[in-house]
Design a protein around this ligand. Structure first.
Ligand code: FMN
Length: 173
């Protein structure tokens, strides 16, 4: 369960150029592995992380539609790139550039998921933040039931205007 009692703060942790934050999950998004840097940035102990839902580090500034798109893509067997704002146990935040991929078993079936995150470019963050903010505002205005649809619409409209796929947008930032 995500800890809703945590109050987000303005304290930012910045990834170093040579950092790789790695985690693995089962099919339901429960954490099965995290490397040392994942543990360091999350602020949780390995014991607290293993078996928890990956949304334990979800930041409230992230739109729900972004995760819907992520899950739809990886469950379909594809990789997914995104800039993500995460929240540490102490309420601080850190931005990552993530690549999530499915892990395949011997018969080609998906057995889990794997994520590798690198230090994001600051100029890309300056561009994606307002997009996430617009998606989040639309989600809040629409209410819980219609949130994902409203957030997705903001993103789809933007992609249509710029004639790009989501992945093209991410790499154009
Ligand atoms: C391999 C993998 C890595 C993930 N990494 C993150 C992450 O770093 N931050 C995050 O908020 N969600 C991450 N997620 C998505 C979460 O499982 C979840 O969908 C998201 O936090 C939204 O949570 P919610 O649906 O409870 O709002 C990851 C999922 C997978 C499969």
């Amino acid at each position: 369960m995500k800890n809703r009692a945590i109050t987000p703060t303005r304290n930012e942790r910045i990834m170093r150029e040579d950092d790789f934050i790695v985690s693995k999950t089962d099919l339901k998004g429960r954490i099965t592995y995290g490397n040392e840097i994942f543990i360091e940035f999350s602020g949780y102990t390995e014991h607290e992380l293993l078996g928890s839902q990956h949304n334990i580090i979800r930041h409230p500034d992230m739109p729900r539609a972004a995760f819907k798109l992520a899950w739809d893509t990886i469950q379909a067997g594809h990789g997914f790139f995104a800039y993500v704002k995460n929240m540490s146990k102490d309420g601080g935040f850190y931005w990552v550039f993530t690549h999530i991929t499915p892990d395949f078993g011997p018969r080609g079936e998906i057995v889990g998921y794997y994520s590798v995150r690198r230090c994001p470019r600051r100029d890309a963050l300056a561009k994606i933040e307002p997009v996430y903010r617009q998606m989040l505002d639309a989600e809040r205005a629409a209410g819980t039931r219609d949130a994902i649809g409203a957030g997705t619409k903001v993103l789809t409209d933007l992609l249509q205007q710029s004639r790009m796929s989501y992945e093209q947008l991410v790499f154009a930032l």
